[in-house]
Design a protein around this ligand. Structure first.
Ligand SMILES: Cc1cc2nc3c(=O)[nH]c(=O)nc-3n(C[C@H](O)[C@H](O)[C@H](O)COP(=O)(O)OP(=O)(O)OC[C@H]3O[C@@H](n4cnc5c(N)ncnc54)[C@H](O)[C@@H]3O)c2cc1C
Length: 282
């Protein structure tokens, strides 16, 4: 028989992890329980996080938002500060799974699962989000890009809990763009996705661009060379089309049940071209 614990504080979570070191944390269970059902994981005990208040918080803290790890996607999508300040994250969460999955699944679970297709990750990369991790005696913060190491692999140390994400408000970016291509419009994992923040001058000249592609590499793929090539130039479809081959070369997708690597590469380039549709002056 597997025990299930529902602690009410972070210190109780750490007590339980000390008592049963191989226990699995779970929030919504939409990744973990599927993996258990498929025989991929078989933890001796489960520790639920839904009653831990700190992990359920959404707070505005100056120029950033703190998003607790156990906040569900549905709560984020209904949160006025999140909707106002982080539209790019909301666009991505709005197309994650189905209403049922968004009501159960959490931001922390999506980040720790570290799937190449995790919908929250490209927006969190371009927003320069940081994770906050806690052991019983210490806390540390890491940029999201240093936390997610590969498919299913993170920098989470044994006994550490993801408390939440610190997400700077993206001041100055007039375009917040997210596009996900799946095999159908809803309840589909991404074949490829793009999150982009653009800071544009009135005539459409790019001051700054941040781009992150999902589902086309072991983890999120950033393309700094393309970001730099966009800076100082007027954004239009021709410019984006001329840079699409650079994106195709930068990504390293795999063949899987959803799409071939070759198709994903082409889609990644087209997602860059389609950024023109998001920019008012292009
Ligand atoms: C039908 C279906 C459709 C889906 N569609 C999508 C989709 O379109 N896009 C997408 O990105 N995902 C999708 N998912 C995957 C999943 O719903 C998301 O990744 C979700 O955000 C996971 O959150 P959770 O709270 O359910 O995670 P859980 O299953 O509770 O946990 C996932 C992992 O994270 C660990 N964990 C959770 N919280 C913490 C914490 N605070 N600290 C440390 N470790 C923690 C757990 O130990 C576990 O290893 C889908 C899943 C299903 C079943």
């Amino acid at each position: 028989m597997r025990e299930v614990f529902l602690p009410e504080s972070l210190s109780e979570v750490h007590d339980l992890l000390e008592r049963v070191p191989d226990a699995a944390l779970f929030a919504g269970g939409t990744d973990l329980l599927v993996a258990m059902d498929e025989g991929l994981r078989n933890p001796p005990a489960l520790v639920g996080l839904e009653r831990v208040a700190e992990l359920a918080a959404i707070e505005e803290r100056g120029d950033a938002l703190f998003l607790g790890a156990a906040v569900t996607h549905a709560r984020l999508l209904a949160s006025p500060p999140v909707v106002r300040e982080l539209p790019i994250l909301c666009r991505a969460l709005a197309v994650l799974g189905s209403p049922q999955v968004r009501h159960m699944g959490t931001l922390g679970g999506n980040v720790v699962t570290a799937s190449p297709g995790a919908d929250s990750l490209p927006p969190l990369y371009v927003l320069h989000a940081e994770v906050e991790l806690a052991t019983r005696s210490s806390r540390r913060r890491l940029p999201i890009a240093d936390f997610v190491l590969g498919p299913g692999k993170t920098a989470l140390a044994p006994g550490e809990v993801l408390v939440g994400l610190h997400v700077p408000k993206p001041g100055g970016f007039s375009v917040s763009h997210h596009e996900k291509v799946g095999r159908r419009r809803a309840l589909a994992c991404a074949v490829a996705s793009l999150a982009a923040l653009l800071d544009l001058e009135a005539d459409g000249t790019v001051r700054r661009a941040r781009l992150a592609f999902g589902s086309v590499g072991p983890t999120v793929v950033a393309v700094p060379a393309v970001e730099e090539a966009l800076a100082g130039r007027r954004l239009d479809r021709d410019l984006l089309a001329s840079l699409a081959p650079d994106v195709e070369r930068a990504v390293s997708p795999i063949d899987d049940v959803r799409a071939s690597a070759a198709y994903r590469r082409v889609v990644a380039g087209l997602l860059l071209e389609r950024l023109a549709l998001a920019a008012p002056s292009a």
